[in-house]
Design a protein around this ligand. Structure first.
Ligand SMILES: [Zn+2]
Length: 312
């Protein structure tokens, strides 16, 4: 009996949500977040957290553990994230969230718009860009900036303790473990910088920009990369400069972002292969079956192999 009433009210909540996606009432919210019947009465409800991008979602899950339920919105490594469009289910998830984490710096401009359109007094937000002093116009690929994840870890843990003080010790322990798990990435960056600083490389899109800075590599064709990111046409001069870099082997590595590829980037990929320049394939969005840390390390390992050149 109680189950069917719960189902009915959940159904009503769905109807309400679909009628007024952007003006969800507190009543409908309470209904749609009700726990499944199997949860015992004394189990505390999990905190609902939403991340715009799945690498931040993975970090939220690591920091919150069994006390949180995490939804990531951008999860497909085969879709251009710069052109992502929110669906009605996105608005519903944002309406129910206690914490929303998004990149900012114009990477996900649809998200602050949705938040402004759907007020939820109990919802907090963390804009990753403002944690590391970046803004619109800066390179938005902040999850490759070494300072980002420690700053995000601290901010998320502060929220979790605010929202769920009972589990403060657990959250603090999880933050300590999280920060320790970033060390192999820092160690790898330091080792590669020591060995390869100043090496000329190029890229089809500025995805690894911050990592390139941390490694002190010499990156060419910045304007071309910017145009690809913004889905605009690179100038003829910028195209010619890129082609020359590849044909004359002025760069040792091409970093290829398959997730923001088009005819022009595939043309450059072909030239690089023809000139036997090492290619490192990277994506913007984390593959589903791998942690943030393992994902970044695997990309650093691929970069290391490319920088080392063909086996002698
Ligand atoms: Zn990008």
């Amino acid at each position: 009996m109680s189950i069917s009433i719960q189902r009915m009210s959940a159904c009503i909540a769905r109807v309400l949500l679909s009628i007024s996606l952007f003006a969800v009432s507190a009543f409908a919210l309470a209904q749609s977040t009700s726990q499944p019947a199997a949860v015992s009465a004394d189990a505390p409800p999990r905190l609902l957290l939403v991340a715009a991008e799945n690498f931040y979602g993975d970090v939220l899950a690591q920091l919150g553990g069994e006390h949180v339920t995490v939804t990531s919105l951008i999860t497909q490594p085969n879709q251009d994230p710069h052109l992502f469009e929110a669906s009605p289910s996105t608005a519903r998830q944002l309406a129910n969230a206690r914490l929303v984490v998004y990149n900012g710096a114009d990477y996900d401009p649809w998200l602050p718009k949705l938040l402004a359109a759907s007020k939820a007094p109990q919802r907090e937000q963390i804009v990753v860009a403002s944690l590391v002093g970046k803004k619109a116009g800066d390179n938005p690929h902040l999850w490759y900036l070494p300072e980002t994840m420690p700053a995000l870890g601290a901010a998320v843990t502060a929220f979790l303790i605010r929202a769920d003080k009972t589990h403060q010790d657990d959250y603090n322990a999880r933050l300590t473990a999280f920060l320790a798990s970033l060390k192999p990435i820092e160690t790898k960056i330091a080792a590669l910088r020591e060995k390869y600083r100043g090496t000329p490389v190029t890229a089809t899109e500025p995805i690894l920009g911050y990592l390139m800075e941390a490694l002190e590599l010499k990156v060419s064709n910045a304007r071309f990369q910017q145009a690809i990111m913004n889905d605009t046409e690179p100038s003829a001069a910028d195209i010619a400069a890129f082609e020359t870099d590849l044909r004359q082997r002025r760069v040792n590595v091409l970093i290829y972002n398959a997730q923001t590829s088009d005819e022009m980037t595939r043309h450059m990929l072909k030239l690089a292969r023809a000139a036997q320049i090492a290619v490192v394939n990277v994506s913007e969005t984390k593959p589903a079956d791998i942690s943030y840390q393992a994902w970044i390390l695997s990309q650093l390992n691929a970069l290391e192999q490319a920088l080392a050149g063909p086996p002698k």
